[in-house]
Structures are given as C-alpha cells and as structure tokens.
Design a protein around this ligand. Sequence first.
Ligand code: ADP
Length: 451
Amino acid sequence: MVKNVQLKIILIFTIITIILLTGVSLYFLHNVQNINTQIALLENKIELANQTKNLIEQGTLLTICSIAIFCFIVILIAFITAKVTTPMNKLISSAKRIAENEEGEISRQKNQIETILLHMTDGIIAFNMEGKIILVNPAATRLLRIMPEDDTFEKIFEKLDVEINMEKIIYLDNWTSSEERVTLGDKHINLFFAPLKEEDERPAGVMVVIQDITEHVKLDNMRKEFVADVSHELKTPITSIMGYADTLLEGEYDKQTQDKFLNVIAAEARRMAKLVTDLLALSRFDNNQVKQQKEEFDLGELVKKCQEKVQPQINQKKHQVECFVTANVPPVYADKDGIERVVLNILTNSIKYTKESGHIKIYVGFVYNDAYIKVIDNGIGIPEADLSRIFERFYRVDKARTREMGGTGLGLSIAKEILDRNNGSIDIKSEYGKGTEVVIRIPTVQDKNRI
Ligand code: ADP
C-alpha cells in the first residue's frame, strides 16, 4: 500500500517532467522552424546560422537543466518517501507478524488445552449459567457415566444423588470450592465445584473437577487396618505376659508350674520382639532405607547353612528333610543376608505348617538364567481362596492357630519385598491338606542385564 503511494508520487513527477521536457523540445522545434522560414525569406545565412547556434545552445542548456531538476526531484521524493515509509513498512510487517503469531499462539494453546483435557485422569465439566454443559472431557464422561441425554447440571447430579445447588456455587468467592464425595459402584469419587467467572468477575457458570479416589480410599483403609493389626498383634502377647506374670506374683507355685509360666512369658516376649523386628524391616523397605550389599554367592551353600540353623526345629518335629543341589549352579548376585532371611522363612514355614514326622524336600537348581530354590512339604497346605492373599501383611490362613505357632503373618510379605529388590520372584502352589511348594528365583551373575 505504502509502496504504491511512493510509486504513484514518482510516476506523477515523471509525467510532469516528461511534459516539461516535451514543452521545451516543442519550443525548441518551433524556433528552428521559424529559422527555416527566415532562411527562406531573408536568405541571410550567416545571421541565421548564429541564431540557430544560439538556439541550439539554449535548448541544450534547458534540456540539461530539466533533466537535472528531474533527477533532483526524483531523488528528493525517493529520499522523503523512504524516510516516511521505512518505519511504516517495518510497523506494518511487525503488526502482521504479531497477528500471525497471536493466531498461531491461540491455536497452539487451544490444542494444548484440548490435549491436556483429553488425557487428564481427572474429569472436568464446565456448565454455563443455564446449567448446560459447555465442556466435558472423556475422564468426566467415564467417571460419572454421563449419557448423551445427561446434558445439564441438574440431570447429572440428580442421577448421582448429590444435593447441590448451582446458584450457591456461582456466587462462591474466587478460589473457593465446594466438595462432595460419592460412591459409584466400587469407585469412590470426589467432586469439586467452583464458580466460573468472566474477566470482569461476572459469573459465567460452574466448573466441576471429578477425581477418582478409589485407590486413595483403599490405601487409607489398608493403613487403618495395618494399625489395627499391629495393635492387636502386640496386645495379644502383652496380655498373655501380664496375665502370667501377675499370676506368678500373686500365688505360691511349685517350681514346675513357675517354669511353665515363665516359658510362656519368654515365648510371648520373643514373639513380640520378632514382630517388632519384622515391622521395622518392613518400615525400612517402605521408606527405601535399606542399603543392599549385593555380592556373588553360591545358593546351594546358603541353603545348607540355613538348613543347619533350623535343624533344632526339624529335630523337634521329627521331620525328614532332604536337600538336592544340582551341580554347577552358577553363583547368584544378590543381597546375601536378605536372601538368607527369605530361605529361613520358607524353611521355618514348612517345618511349622507340617505335622510331626513330615517330609520336606529342598531342591537347588538352575533354569535359563535363574537359580532357584524349591521347598516342598507334605504339610497342612493352604486353601485356594487364601493363596492369592498370603503375601499381604499380617495375612494368615488360620489366625489363631498360626499365632500359636509363633507366626506374625509378615514373613512372606518381607520375603516378597526382598526378592523384588533383588530382581527375583517367589511363587507358592499348594493343595489344602496335602502340602505346599514354594519356589524362589534369583538371577545369576550370567544374567547381567537383569542384575
Ligand atoms: P507367618 O509368620 O504367620 O508364618 P508368613 O507370611 O510367613 O507368616 O506366612 C503367611 C501364612 O501363609 C501363614 O500364616 C500360613 O497360614 C501360610 N503358610 C505359609 N507357608 C506355608 C506352608 N508351607 N504350609 C502351609 N501354610 C503356609
């Protein structure tokens, strides 16, 4: 546009100059013609030749002057318009750039918001002042099971049995929200209602954020259960210790009865100590405070060492224990103390949960890149319904009986934690009344990728 103006001005001046030059040329020609007439009429050649020479000089001078003026004017105009138009041109192109950028920015932001809303795990619904949906993301539709006909605030929340008034939310202060909790099937859902406002603070509608808090509720319940379990587990031996201690203090008993009571007190105290040690171990795992000292070691040797440690219990229950170690099992690379703890727990369980004179077989072998330990007993077994839960903290098949046997219900959950941290695994198969098979796998040094 500005460039056109500049061109137009130059064009006008060019035309003016052409007219000027044409005028000068015509005037010059006219004079030459006059001279020719005079030549014919007066036949005074010398005089006329002089006049012609003069006129030619005048004409040349005039032409040169006109061209010089023309050039000067053109340069002047070009200079002036350039001065004026350069900043204007810059201004226009930057305005254009800003407009383009803004347009791009707006569509980029829109895309970003749409993508965020699409992939958000929390649901979002926005309603206008009439209560009609103006925006809803897939998470909201899924969490609140919104059907196409549920297109208003009232319909959606009436269906969920939430007593909430849109008016009340609209006139809430900025940054405040009202909260409701609903249960939909097995899901626990939190709803946050907040007012939507225009830039000038005029109310524009209501926004609802929907959060699935099922996992949170579950964890919270688990935490409560855990606290209850710990208190219960500690309370039982404490009650027992207090009871026997008081009985001993109150009466005169013979040496045999006293020993019996003292043995119960000692056993209960040991159980409490074990429980506290196990709880501390779990808490250290939970807080990631366990520094593992991984090293290379032979699994067969470790199993034999563990077997020696539990020999008194084996003897006490008159079990027959056989241990088979396959030759050439590659060494494993793991936290030796942790693995020892796992093996001791599995062996102790087999001993505890097998009736007297039972059979326990231990195999140490190697399959693919894992070394494994398999412990098979012909003990009481675990009912199928309980199998999936025995790795849970405090889970015991028969609470009363296992407690009698000195179990805390924490051994297998600790074993699982330890194996997870050593890239290993633990699997239990069992047939109720027939026996149990526990297999643990640990990567060997050959399997460097997993270590
Ligand atoms: P506990 O300290 O009670 O033994 P664990 O976590 O080691 O705790 O085991 C959880 C439960 O799994 C036990 O209480 C027991 O009911 C069952 N269990 C574990 N090993 C065996 C087994 N070899 N035979 C039968 N039941 C078992």
